[in-house]
Design a protein around this ligand. Structure first.
Ligand code: SAM
Ligand code: SF4
Length: 335
């Protein structure tokens, strides 16, 4: 049952925020080069991470401000123990209409059924390559078969709308584009390509490594099947979707670098250790954990949310000559 927010989270540009991405951990079981460093990763000590009770309290306050959609992410959310318990707790929060999760899929064979029964609505699985060799080059770990098994387990558990997310890298993953698209079509999965963003811990991002949505669209329409655009019903959805002319599935492009969609952004984020952020590329954070752990009131938490929203900039500013990426890499923010 939707509830009317008391004070909606509207920023200076009129954007209404209804979506919260919650990072449940900064840990991960693989090491994608566009996200994490290969070695000497310094994870936050466990006591610094929000507990499930703290996250649920944050969500209850956020729901009162109009947040109705949650996405659990990380790091790899499935390495946080008992995640299904958190989902059950979040499900009880009035006003939350949808809970989704983004995962690398490796632990799904063990967890998919439990996630489904806990009330998780949607699953996105990240997979950039079909061949083990490329999977290993990207993730610096073995395991593509585990991801395939994870996708199968998710479907068997009753997740009917699994989406695949793929980051494509220029001069590296071109050979994976067509196999990925075919894999998605054969398995009835909605594939979405995400442009490589400057959020890698190694700071090796360069615009020349971005395989743009337009380039990908050309490859796919030439080598897989012609594409036709579809109307974007939900303007806050970051992906521009196309359907294959033969009607067999859709493919989407999240062109964060070449065609930013900040004007319709409705998202806020909270890091695993309880820092509110208004943008992936933001430089500022609002400390929700400090309120939670120092006996602060729900009103104080609401104020942190409002301050975070009021400070939101019109766009991520990646095109500006002064652009500097944030100190945190993707796994430390929550993608
Ligand atoms: N570990 C989970 C996963 O990989 O799905 C969830 C967290 S991960 C940070 C969320 C998403 O961010 C993944 O789809 C991943 O491919 C994407 N991602 C990570 N680093 C990125 C980058 N530098 N540019 C674009 N997307 C990135
Ligand atoms: Fe882990 Fe996801 Fe980052 Fe890959 S993208 S290293 S799976 S957190």
């Amino acid at each position: 049952m939707p509830i009317e927010p008391q004070t909606p989270l509207i920023d200076r540009f009129g954007r209404v925020h209804t979506s919260l991405r919650i990072s449940v951990t900064d840990r991960c079981n693989i090491r994608c080069f566009y996200c994490m460093p290969l070695e000497n990763v310094r994870f936050k000590p466990r006591q610094e991470l929000l507990t499930f009770e703290e996250m649920t309290r944050v969500v209850r306050v956020a729901a009162g401000l109009g947040i109705n959609k949650l996405r659990l992410t990380g790091g790899e959310p499935l390495v946080r123990s008992n995640l299904s318990q958190l989902i059950r707790m979040l499900r009880e929060v009035p006003g939350i209409q949808e809970i989704a999760l983004t995962t690398n899929g490796i632990l799904l064979p063990d967890q998919a059924a439990d996630l489904k029964s806990s009330g998780l609505d949607r699953l996105n699985v990240s997979l950039d390559a079909i061949s083990e060799e490329m999977f290993e080059r990207i993730t610096r770990r073995q395991g593509v078969q585990k991801v395939f098994d994870g996708i199968a387990a998710a479907k068997a558990a009753g997740f009917g709308n699994v989406r695949l997310n793929a980051v494509a890298i220029q001069n590296l993953t071109e050979c994976e584009i067509v196999p990925l698209a075919n894999f998605a079509r054969e398995n009835d999965l909605h594939l979405r390509f995400i442009e490589f963003m400057p959020l890698d811990a190694d700071r090796a991002w360069d615009k020349s490594k971005v395989l743009s949505g337009q380039q990908l669209r050309e490859i796919i329409s030439r080598e897989v099947a012609p594409l036709r655009s579809v109307n974007r019903h939900d303007k806050s959805q970051p992906a521009t979707d196309y359907e294959y002319a033969d009607g067999k599935q859709r493919v989407g492009f999240i062109n964060s670098v070449t065609e930013p969609f900040c004007g319709a952004c409705n998202r806020l984020r909270i890091t695993a250790e309880g820092q509110l952020r208004n943008c992936l590329f933001g430089m500022e954070e609002w400390d929700a954990r400090q309120v939670l752990r120092n006996g602060g009131t729900d009103t104080e938490l609401s104020e942190r949310f409002q301050s975070c929203v009021q400070a939101k900039k019109p766009s991520h500013g990646m095109d500006s000559p002064d652009f500097v990426p944030p100190e945190r890499a993707m796994y430390q923010i929550g993608g």
